[in-house]
Design a binder for this molecule. Structure first.
Ligand code: NAD
Ligand code: UDP
Length: 336
């Protein structure tokens, strides 16, 4: 299949492009490189032996997007990763987040409907569940009002997609709610590239192990969890990437119009302390850390019930936390 990948040079996008190529598909990347590097494309070529077609530009630019769809005939589906994703920044710059994330999606959806393509896969997030009443979280758990503009863009876009699927008989789509993607490609050639100080646990951890940061702070050890630290469903980014290929194969077989939502997680919660301990053990490296106060807005625990995608699509996460932390460290050493 010929698949358009918006944000294909980013963390999850680049791994998905590799998996698409390895599964025999033809990915076409659109990226404005606002949060990624051009050399990632060379790395994709180094891993797969194929250089994907890349269009550099903004997904919210109507003319540019119309030209891409015009030029690339016979697109079979679209995976829409392109978005700004920093929660804290979204609170400082709400308009930038709403403009970028909503306009990008609307522009892409307009072209999809114009060309009667369907097969749209959207990067949603477990953030739409807010602080869940219970874990693991099934897709039928209620969404909660977002506590930040980034999270709100995910809820709003899910609704836009649902509405389009009930109005346009040629449209079909899936929203995939990702839990916490971590890790890197096992080659160590592509991985996460945070700009400035990382907000997420694993990049902060690898940068501390590499000596780029003095110490890691555990944000709170007084949560009602087994060891007091936060618990998340950390999923290897390559497993997550593969979920997209399985999702597209499934979507292609559904009668149109069609819309559904799937969690993408392992079904297992892992604490912040367990992440640090596993990282130290698997990589034989010490990570200086201290206990600090809770980070405002954080929840105690959140992990997926992935049984819906396991049963219906047949995808399940295969890699371990240790695999992810080994690969993340390999990547960090390559870019340090
Ligand atoms: P990323 O920032 O690494 O990748 C996003 C890519 O999109 C970047 O290459 C960026 O340059 C590009 N981009 C952004 N706005 C664009 C625009 N207007 N036009 C063209 N390109 C644009 O992020 P990621 O971690 O790979 O996340 C991918 C998607 O998954 C995002 O939608 C994100 O919200 C979602 N998501 C990520 C996580 C996570 O923890 N990483 C969790 C849940 C959901
Ligand atoms: N965390 C931490 N120190 C850090 C970054 C994160 O203790 O420097 C914790 C955070 O409080 C949460 C978990 O690690 O319990 C995952 O945080 P992350 O920002 O990676 O993802 P989130 O679940 O917040 O999207």
């Amino acid at each position: 299949m010929k698949i358009l990948i918006t944000g294909g040079a980013g963390f999850i996008g680049s791994h998905t492009v590799v998996e698409l190529i390895e599964a025999g598909h033809t990915p076409i990347i659109i990226d404005n490189f606002s949060n990624s590097e051009k050399w990632i494309i060379d790395r994709i070529e180094k891993i797969t032996g194929q250089k994907p077609t890349v269009y550099e530009g903004d997904c919210a630019d109507k003319k540019f997007i119309a030209d891409v769809f015009q030029k690339e005939k016979n697109i079979d589906g679209v995976i829409h990763f392109a978005a700004l994703k920093a929660v804290g920044e979204s609170m400082e710059k709400p308009l930038e987040y709403y403009r970028n994330n909503l306009d990008s999606t609307m522009t892409i959806l307009e072209e999809i409907t114009r060309h009667k393509i369907g097969n749209f896969v959207f990067s949603s997030s477990a953030t739409v569940y807010g602080d869940p009443k219970e874990n693991p979280i099934p897709e039928i758990a209620p969404r909660q009002p977002a506590t930040n503009p980034y999270g709100n863009t995910k809820s709003i876009i899910e609704d836009i997609i649902r509405d389009l699927a009930s109005a346009d008989k040629n449209f079909s789509a899936l929203s995939l709610r990702y839990f916490n993607p971590i890790g890197a490609h096992s080659s160590g050639l592509i991985g996460e590239l945070p700009k400035g100080t990382p907000n997420n646990l694993v990049p902060y951890l690898t940068q501390t192990a590499a000596g780029k940061r003095k110490e890691l702070t555990i944000f709170g050890d007084d949560y009602p969890t087994p060891d007091g630290t936060g618990v998340r469903d950390f999923i290897h980014v390559v497993d997550l990437a593969r979920a997209h290929i399985a999702a597209l194969d499934y979507l292609k077989k559904q009668p149109k119009p069609f819309y559904d939502i799937f969690n993408i997680g392992t079904g297992k919660g892992t604490s912040v302390k367990e992440i640090i301990e596993t990282f130290e053990k698997i990589n034989r490296v010490k990570v200086p850390y201290k206990i600090g106060p809770r980070r405002p807005g954080d929840i105690a625990a959140c992990w997926a019930d992935p049984s819906k995608i396991n049963k219906i699509i047949g995808w399940r996460a295969e890699k371990t936390i240790a695999d992810a932390l080994k690969d993340a460290w390999k990547w960090e050493k390559n870019i340090s």
